[in-house]
Design a protein around this ligand. Structure first.
Ligand code: CP
Ligand code: NVA
Length: 313
C-alpha cells in the first residue's frame, strides 16, 4: 500500500509539488466563476470521499472553508470538536487515528500541540491535513501565496520578485512563511522584539537550504520598500500572559507609519482573526492596501487544491 500523502508542514513537501498545488488552486478558482457557492465543481473530484474536520481549538475560517471546499469538490465532511470525542476524555491519538482510518478518506486536525498531529499522521492510513498547530499553519500560507500571485500589480504576481516582511510575534504562522521561503524563493524579512523571535532551529534550517531571510529587529527599517507587510495577533490561541505580550509587542503594531515606509504598491496581509488597535490599526486593516478579505476567501480555493493533492483526485 502506498503511504498516505499528508499535508503537515511546507518543509516536508517538494517545491514542485507545492507549485502544482498553487497552480491547480488558481485553475479551479477561475473555473468556478459564475457558480453559486454551494454548486459542485463540474468534475466533483471528491465524489464518494468523506473527510473528518477535528478541532482542539476555535476556528471560523478553517472550519467553514474546509467544509465548503469539500462540498464544492463533491465530497462530504464530518466536523467534531475534540472535546465531544473520546479524545477529550483521554483516548489516545494513536487509537483515534486507527479507528478513524477505518471510516474516513482523510482527516483534517487543528491541534494544540504539533506532536499530536505528527502522532495522528504516523498512525493513520489516510492523509492527515494540518489545520494549524502551535508550531505552524501551512494551509494559511498556501492561501496567502495564492493571494499574492493574484495581485498582478505587485511585481507581476511573481513571488520570487517579492519581499515579504513579517512584523510582530515569531509564531506558528511566521514559521510557515519561513518554510515557504525555501520553496517559493521570495525574500523574507522578520521583525520581532527580543524574546518573541522565531525559533532559531527553524530559521537556521531554512537558511541552510538557501532561503533569503533577513532578521531586522527595527520594524520601520524592516518595512522599508517591502512589497508585503504581514501581521498576526500578539496573543495566539494557547498563549499565556496576554497582558505582558501586548505590552512587549506594542512597538510592532502595523500602522500607517510602517505602511508608508513600504513600497508604493505594497499590500497588507493578516490571517485573521484581527485585533484592531493591537497588532494593526483599523486604518491599515480596513484601508486600501489591505487584502485580508480576499486572503480569507482564498483559504477555500487553496484548500480545495490541497485536498485534491492529498487524495490524488
Ligand atoms: N486564519 C485562520 O486560520 O482562521 P480561523 O482560526 O478562524 O480558522
Ligand atoms: N497565530 C494565531 C493564528 C490564528 C489563525 C493563533 O495561533 O492563534
Amino acid at each position: 500500500m502506498t503511504p498516505p500523502k499528508h499535508f503537515l508542514s511546507l518543509a516536508d513537501i517538494q517545491a514542485s509539488e507545492l507549485r502544482s498545488i498553487l497552480d491547480e488552486a488558481h485553475r479551479m478558482k477561475k473555473n468556478r466563476i459564475g457558480l453559486r457557492k454551494g454548486e459542485l465543481d463540474k468534475d466533483a473530484p471528491l465524489k464518494g470521499e468523506t473527510i473528518a474536520l477535528i478541532f482542539e481549538k476555535s476556528s471560523t475560517r478553517t472550519r467553514f472553508s474546509f467544509d465548503m471546499a469539500i462540498k464544492q469538490l463533491g465530497g462530504s465532511s464530518i466536523t467534531a470538536n475534540s472535546n465531544e470525542m473520546q479524545l477529550g476524555r483521554g483516548e489516545t491519538i494513536e487509537d483515534t487515528a486507527k479507528v478513524l482510518s477505518g471510516y474516513l478518506d482523510a482527516i483534517m486536525l487543528r491541534a494544540n500541540n504539533h506532536e499530536t498531529i505528527i502522532s495522528l499522521a504516523a498512525n493513520a492510513d489516510v492523509p492527515v491535513i494540518n489545520g494549524l498547530t502551535n508550531f505552524n499553519h501551512p494551509c494559511q500560507i498556501m492561501a496567502d501565496l495564492l493571494t499574492l500571485e493574484e495581485h498582478t500589480s505587485l511585481n507581476a504576481g511573481q513571488l520570487k520578485n517579492m519581499t515579504l516582511t513579517w512584523v510582530g510575534d515569531g509564531n506558528n504562522v511566521a514559521n510557515s512563511f519561513i518554510n515557504a521561503a525555501v520553496k517559493f524563493k521570495y525574500k523574507l524579512r522578520l521583525s520581532s522584539p527580543n524574546g518573541y523571535e522565531v525559533k532559531k532551529s527553524i530559521l537556521d534550517a531554512a537558511l541552510s537550504q538557501g532561503a533569503d531571510i533577513e532578521v531586522i529587529t527595527n520594524p520601520l527599517q524592516a518595512c522599508k520598500d517591502t512589497d508585503v507587510v504581514i501581521a498576526d495577533t500578539f496573543v495566539s490561541m494557547g498563549d499565556k500572559n496576554s497582558e505582558k505580550r501586548l505590552k512587549d509587542l506594542s512597538e510592532y503594531q502595523v500602522n500607517d507609519t510602517l505602511m508608508n515606509a513600504a513600497a508604493k504598491n505594497s499590500i497588507f496581509l493578516h490571517c485573521l482573526p484581527a485585533h484592531r488597535g493591537e497588532e494593526v490599526t483599523a486604518e491599515v486593516i480596513d484601508g486600501p492596501k489591505s487584502v485580508v478579505m480576499r486572503e480569507a476567501e482564498n483559504r477555500l480555493h487553496a484548500q480545495k487544491s490541497i485536498l485534491k493533492w492529498c487524495l490524488n483526485s
